[in-house]
Structures are given as structure tokens and as C-alpha cells.
Ligand binder design. Structure first.
Ligand SMILES: O=C(O)CCC(=O)C(=O)O
Length: 381
């Protein structure tokens, strides 16, 4: 009984606690953002300027792309740490993610997923009656709910049979059909447009955040100007067996900040309270966007910002999607706290950090909860 009361109270606290910030607020926006970064390491944005239609379209694109056969998604695997397509694996059996590693090269990402004319005739896809079936195809299931754009046409082969139910093991549950099973895919220009528009809108929002964080810190300038950003499209393959288990385990982000479109229909994101260490629900609010502060922001702010630890837990057997923009850090220069944030009371905590090196150290030493920063401490501290 006590536990239930405590859980209800925590739920209430989280709703009251995690700041919700109106991005159209004229006065005090910078200060409100900095306060949220310091005290919570996370916040939710409303009136953020990204239209709900575009958010819905991007979710539809995400669902469609992650529904592609494995061999197509694998074309975007990368050898670089933290980049490229990550398929389900023993560490994260319910989690799968596609990545536009550098948002400036989203066209290259789309090209890789798209079947080129050469590939269409290479034997990877069946060649019989290709066009006939390409244009006489079944709309995807979200088609009617979207703006009426058919983003990917699924083209059933006349000889195609629905795959038999997969064995209910943790890995391999509900595997996407493979091309060998007879489906054909063509990426349509509208997919590129949606990805492009979404990246542009979220990037503009990130720039506003960067300017306001500077302002709230008593500085002036475009903090994120020219910085590297990565877009990830996540799918959580939840099923009855995953209820109560982790979709993604406890971690902080190795980024400056993360702008998250979480799934308005499926909760599960939890954040660790800076002061009490309690896990609190960070539940979705339709139409809003969430922000998590990462390790690089903690270093930049000379330890003021809280790099929030968070996890995603499965509470119900429903597929969950999320779309994240990682604002990683500057391109080609190291991150360090501006001199205005360093004084005798706040001595410089960290040496200048190269974001790529930071990510590699974090991964190789398995320091995923912000503790990799300890390896970048200034000698004096
Ligand atoms: O899917 C989510 O809601 C959060 C994903 C996440 O934790 C991350 O991208 O770091």
C-alpha cells in the first residue's frame, strides 16, 4: 500500500516537477531553460514551432523505414562508434535504430536505403513485372491517417505468402520480411522531403535553444552554429515478453543535448532525479518535444548543467517509436567551458574535449552514465 501511495506521489511530482517550457515565451526564456538544465537536465517544450503534421509525418516515415527488410537497413551500418543502423542485439533485444549520422548528408542516407535501378535488376529483388506491381500496390497501414501522402509503396509479389508466425523468442521476434520472401520497396521523393523538412525544423529549434542557453548563461551568440547533429529513428519492438524489461538501459547522452519526439501513445521514458536519485516518469505529452541534457553540456557549463540519466522501460506490449536529434558538439574544435563560466568559485572542471574521442572512451570503457567525464577532469580539480 505504502509503495502504491509513493508511486502515485512520484507520478504527481514528476508531472509538477519536470519543467514544461513555452518556447514562445518572450521574457525569461533563456533563464527558464538554463534553470531546467541545471536542476532537471531535461524539460518538455511546447509551442516549439515544429508542426504536429510534420511530427506525424516523420513518425510515419520512421515506422515505414524501420519496417524495411533487414538487408536494406543494413546498407546504412557504420563502422564508427555510435553511428549507423543498429539492429536488435543481445544487449538491447527490443531496440532497433536507423541513423542519419550527419544531418547535412540526409540525401546520402536516403540514397543508401533506396533501391537503385541497378539493384532492382541485380537479382536482389525479383524482376518479373516490377513496374506493374510497383504501381498497383497496397497502401501502408498508416496511409489513411497521414496527410494522404503515400510515403513507401509496399508492392506484394503475386506469389508472395505472408510469413508464418515467428517463434516467440526474445531475439528475432516479429522479424521484418526479407526481400527473398518477395516484397519490393521503392523510396518515394516524399520520404526525402519529410526527412529534410523535419531536420530543418528541428535544427532551427536547436539553434533557438542554443541562442537562449547562451543568453540564460549571460553570454551572447549562436552556440550550436556549425555543430554536428545526428538524427536517430528508434523502434522498440515490445511484446508480452518484454513487459517490465528495458528497451534501453540506464545511460546519459554523450551529446550536448537531445531533442526527442517521444511516442505519444506509448510511455516508458524515465529520468533520474538529480537530488533524490529516484527514477521518475517522463511521460509523453502529445504535440510537445522533450529535451535531455547530455555529458558535453555538463562539460561546457563547467559542471552546472545536469547530464540526466535516463532509461526506457517497457510497460505494455505496444510498438514504440521515437525520433531524436542529437546535438553532438562542434565540428573540428574541442568543447570547453567559456571563460565567463570559470572563476575562483567555479574553477575549470574539465580539459577541452573532442566529442569523437569522448564517445570512443565512453564506449570502450563502458562508462555510460556520465562517469566518462571523470576521465577528462582538469589536472587542478
Ligand atoms: O526513445 C526514447 O524515448 C529515448 C531514447 C534515448 O534514451 C536516447 O536516444 O538516448
Amino acid at each position: 500500500m505504502k509503495t502504491i501511495v509513493a508511486m502515485i506521489l512520484l507520478g504527481k511530482m514528476a508531472k509538477v516537477g519536470v519543467p514544461v517550457i513555452d518556447m514562445q515565451k518572450v521574457d525569461g526564456l533563456g533563464e527558464a531553460l538554463v534553470k531546467a538544465c541545471v536542476e532537471w537536465g531535461c524539460f518538455r517544450m511546447v509551442n516549439h514551432g515544429v508542426s504536429v503534421e510534420l511530427m506525424a509525418e516523420m513518425k510515419a516515415v520512421t515506422a515505414s523505414l524501420l519496417d524495411l527488410p533487414e538487408e536494406i537497413k543494413r546498407r546504412t551500418i557504420s563502422t564508427e562508434q555510435g553511428k549507423g543502423y543498429i539492429e536488435r542485439n543481445p544487449g538491447t533485444p527490443f531496440f532497433e535504430t536507423l541513423s542519419v549520422d550527419d544531418i547535412m548528408s540526409h540525401d546520402e542516407f536516403c540514397d543508401r536505403l533506396d533501391a537503385s535501378p541497378q539493384q532492382r535488376h541485380s537479382g536482389i529483388e525479383p524482376t518479373n513485372d516490377y513496374h506493374k506491381h510497383t504501381y498497383a500496390c497496397t497502401p501502408p497501414r498508416w496511409y489513411r491517417a497521414s496527410m494522404g501522402s503515400q510515403l513507401i509503396r509496399r508492392c506484394p509479389d503475386p506469389t508472395y505468402a505472408e510469413p508464418k508466425a515467428q517463434p516467440q523468442s526474445l531475439i528475432g521476434l516479429g522479424q521484418a520480411p526479407t526481400l527473398a520472401q518477395g516484397r519490393r520497396f521503392t523510396m518515394y521523393p516524399i520520404i526525402r522531403e519529410v526527412i529534410y523538412e523535419y531536420i530543418k525544423a528541428i535544427r532551427d529549434l536547436a539553434e533557438l535553444l542554443g541562442r537562449k542557453l547562451m543568453e540564460g548563461s549571460g553570454l551572447v551568440g549562436d552556440l550550436f552554429d556549425g555543430w554536428c547533429c545526428q538524427l536517430r529513428m528508434n523502434k522498440y519492438h515490445y511484446c508480452p515478453e518484454s513487459v517490465g524489461l528495458s528497451g534501453v538501459g540506464l545511460h546519459s547522452d554523450p551529446t550536448f543535448l537531445t531533442i526527442l519526439q517521444d511516442d505519444e501513445n506509448v510511455n516508458g521514458l524515465q529520468v533520474v532525479d538529480k537530488y533524490s536519485g529516484e527514477s521518475l516518469p517522463f511521460d509523453p505529452v502529445p504535440g510537445s518535444l522533450a529535451v535531455n541534457v547530455g555529458d558535453i553540456a555538463k562539460a561546457w557549463s563547467n559542471g552546472r548543467f545536469y547530464s540526466v540519466k535516463h532509461r526506457v522501460t517497457c510497460f505494455e506490449p505496444k510498438t514504440r517509436y521515437s525520433i531524436v536529434l542529437f546535438v553532438l558538439g562542434p565540428n573540428g574544435t574541442k568543447v570547453e567551458a567559456p571563460s565567463e563560466l570559470v572563476d575562483s568559485e567555479h574553477p575549470r572542471l574539465y580539459v577541452p574535449i573532442d566529442i569523437k574521442e569522448y564517445r570512443n572512451v565512453r564506449t570502450s570503457k563502458r562508462l555510460h552514465i556520465g562517469n566518462a567525464l571523470d576521465l577528462f577532469r582538469s589536472p587542478a580539480t
